[in-house]
Design a protein around this ligand. Sequence first.
Ligand SMILES: NC(=O)c1ccc[n+]([C@@H]2O[C@H](COP(=O)([O-])OP(=O)(O)OC[C@H]3O[C@@H](n4cnc5c(N)ncnc54)[C@H](O)[C@@H]3O)[C@@H](O)[C@H]2O)c1
Length: 266
Amino acid sequence: MRLNNKIAFVTGAGSLDGGVGNGKATAISFAREGASICVVDIDERAAKETEKRILNAGGTAFAIQGDVTDLESMENALKRCINRFGKIDVLHNNVGILKAGGVSETTVQDWDQLVHTNMKAVFLPTKAVLPHFIERRSGCVINVSSIAGLRYLGAPYIAYNATKGSIISFTRNLAAEQAPNGIRANAILPGFIDTPMARKSITENSANPEKIDWPQIDRQRAKRIPLGRVGTPWDVANAAIFLASDDASYITGTEIVVDGGVTCTV
Ligand SMILES: NC(=O)c1ccc[n+]([C@@H]2O[C@H](COP(=O)([O-])OP(=O)(O)OC[C@H]3O[C@@H](n4cnc5c(N)ncnc54)[C@H](O)[C@@H]3O)[C@@H](O)[C@H]2O)c1
C-alpha cells in the first residue's frame, strides 16, 4: 500500500471501448496501492466504468466528467475532488491524442488539434491545481509523454512527437520552478504499449482495417523491442506508482522510460 492516504487526480482515466488504457490502468493501480482516486475523463460513461471497477475491488473512487483543454472545467473538477476528499496529493496528466503523418501530410488543423490537446493536457490541470499544492507546500505532478518525444521511431508522427517532446521540457521547467514550494514534477515516457487508443491508430492507418491480424502485428512490434514483448498499460502504471509514492520524494525534473529497451537500440 505505497499510496496509503493519498488522493490522486488522474486525467483520461476512462478508456476507449471499455478496454484498459494507460490512464485507466494507472487509476486502478493507484487505488490498489491505497490511494483515493478522482477519475477524470471527457467521456463520463468511461469515467464511471473505471470508478465502478475500483469500487467493486474495494477501493475509493469518484468519477468526474472534465475536459483537460478547458481551464474552467479543470478548476471545477479539482474543486469537486477537494470537496470530496479534502485535498489532492498527486496530479497524473495522462491525456494525449495521436495522429500519424509527416510535415507534408499534416494539415494545419491536425497540427493545431494536437498542440491544443496534448500541450493543454499538461498545462491546464497543472495551472488549476498549483494554488492548492503551493498552499500545502506539497504535491506531485506526473506527465505522460512518450519515447516518441525523444526520437523518430520509424514512421512519421510529426505533430505527436513534437508535442510529446515539449512535455519533457514543460516537466523539467515546472520541476525547477516549483521545487522551492515542495512540489515535484516528472514525466513517464512509454514505448509501444498495447492500448485501445494505439489499436485505434493502427486501424485508422491500415489499408485493410477489417483484415488486421493483431497477433501478427504484436509479433512484428515485439521484434523491435529488446525485452521481446509489447508493453501493457500496467507497465506504465507501475512507473507512475513509484513516482507518486514517497519512495520518489527526492526525484524531480526527470523522466522514466517504460519501453522494454527500445530507446537503447534506435
Ligand atoms: N499507447 C501507447 O503506445 C502510448 C505510447 C506512448 C505514450 N502514450 C501516451 O499515453 C497516454 C494515454 O494513452 P492511451 O493510449 O493509454 O489512452 P488512454 O486510454 O489512457 O486515454 C484515452 C482517454 O483519454 C480521454 N480523453 C481524450 N481527450 C480528453 C480530454 N480533452 N479531456 C479529458 N479526457 C480526454 C478519452 O476519453 C479516453 O478515455 C497518452 O498521453 C499517450 O500519448 C501511449
